[in-house]
Design a protein around this ligand. Structure first.
Ligand code: 1HN
Length: 356
């Protein structure tokens, strides 16, 4: 077999080494010295799997309330920063995750940005996100979307600290060089918009206003309440039809198109029946999980992560993994770059020995 430089480095002879040094000032470099460093046979993510235990983080998150105001911070968020991507403001190669705290009486002012974001409510009652001035009152387990370039602010009108998971496509937007951000009117709060729950009334009942013309590519629903999503999972359990790799896994969709809720981030809620260990699954998608209910473990490559409610973990792309819930049912929220990859024709998955 002849030597090929796709997966291995060609020999560096003294003559070649001298040549490489000579051409360096010309701002050119030999591709054959690089190919094998990134043209992996299969995906190799920079991020390693990781789990953030809520009980370990929560005391520090609460301390931030006295350290900085929501106003000064713009958003009081502790980044779930993957140790393998230290300093990169990322939980995984393509996705950002963080935990945001808002205290009673606080407001996080109106802004917008080209990255798309989701909120998944972790703890506390009485806060809201307003999208173009329309409030979505938050309850634990609710999913709230703030798609690219939509005005949004948050507030807490209750008496408890409120914490949610922020999921964003920051690494992707940075890589594409498409970052734009604005403060509303240079720093004002967006005036009140439509009444609370208006988006759900218009688009969230498997109905829509007659003659509705879609605006933008994201879902016109920006609030997916947990009680509705959970009820679907509980009712589906009765069918006893469980996906071997996912248990019962429902995707949040844009009701206009059936597509993922946002262009660059897709979201899921999943029930793992008690004692139902899933089969090994591998996909090019990166998955970030937030545990809502139940306990169990997830085996990712060579690592085992034990989880309980409010813990977060990341499954980077192309790592073989499976879930093992304990004897009670578990409910997991997750978000992914699967939808982005599918739009680019790049998504692949493998169940057992079959690659799709
Ligand atoms: C952001 O604008 C929010 O609007 C949350 O609540 C998290 C993380 C990185 C960059 C911007 C928000 C964020 C963020």
């Amino acid at each position: 077999m002849s030597e090929r430089g796709l997966h291995s480095r060609p020999e560096v002879t003294p003559e070649r080494a001298e040549f490489y040094e000579k051409i360096d000032p010309l701002a050119v470099a030999p591709l054959w010295e690089r190919l094998f460093t990134f043209m992996s046979k299969e995906p190799k993510m920079r991020a390693a799997p990781y789990l953030w235990r809520y009980s370990a983080i929560r005391p520090s998150l609460m301390e931030t309330a006295d350290l900085i105001t929501a106003e000064e911070a713009e958003r009081r968020v502790l980044i779930l920063e993957n140790p393998s991507l230290k300093g990169e403001t990322a939980a995984a190669d393509s996705l950002f995750a963080g935990l945001q705290l808002i205290m009673p009486g606080e407001v996080a002012g109106t802004h917008r940005h080209s990255p798309s974001a989701l909120r998944f409510i972790i703890e506390g009652d009485g806060a809201y996100t307003a999208i173009n001035g329309e409030k979505a009152p938050m309850k634990v387990g609710d999913l709230i979307l703030t798609p690219s370039m939509v005005w949004h602010d948050h507030g807490n009108v209750g008496s408890d600290p409120v914490v949610w998971l922020d999921g964003l496509d920051i690494p992707l937007i940075r890589a594409l060089g498409t970052m734009f951000t604005d403060l509303y009117n240079g720093g004002e709060l967006h005036p009140e918009g439509r009444p609370d729950y208006d988006n759900i009334a218009r688009f969230g009942a498997n109905m829509r206003p007659m003659n509705y013309q879609a605006e933008g590519s994201h879902s016109p629903v920006f609030h997916y309440p947990y009680d509705v999503s959970k009820k679907a999972l509980i009712n589906l359990k009765k069918s006893k039809e469980f996906d071997p790799c996912h248990g019962i896994k429902l995707q949040y969709i844009n009701p206009n198109t059936g597509e993922p809720v946002m262009v660059t981030i897709d979201c899921y809620l999943q029930l793992l029946p008690g004692g139902f260990s899933t089969q090994d699954y591998q996909s090019t998608g990166t998955w970030i999980y937030s545990v809502v209910e139940g306990t169990g473990k997830t085996v990712i490559g060579d690592s085992i992560f034990e989880w309980g409610p409010k813990d977060h973990f990341v499954v980077p792309g192309w790592l073989l993994h499976h879930h093992e819930p304990d004897s009670d049912d578990a409910i997991l929220f997750s978000f992914s770059d699967k939808g982005t990859q599918e739009k680019l024709g790049l998504y692949r998955e493998r169940r057992g020995n079959v690659t799709h």
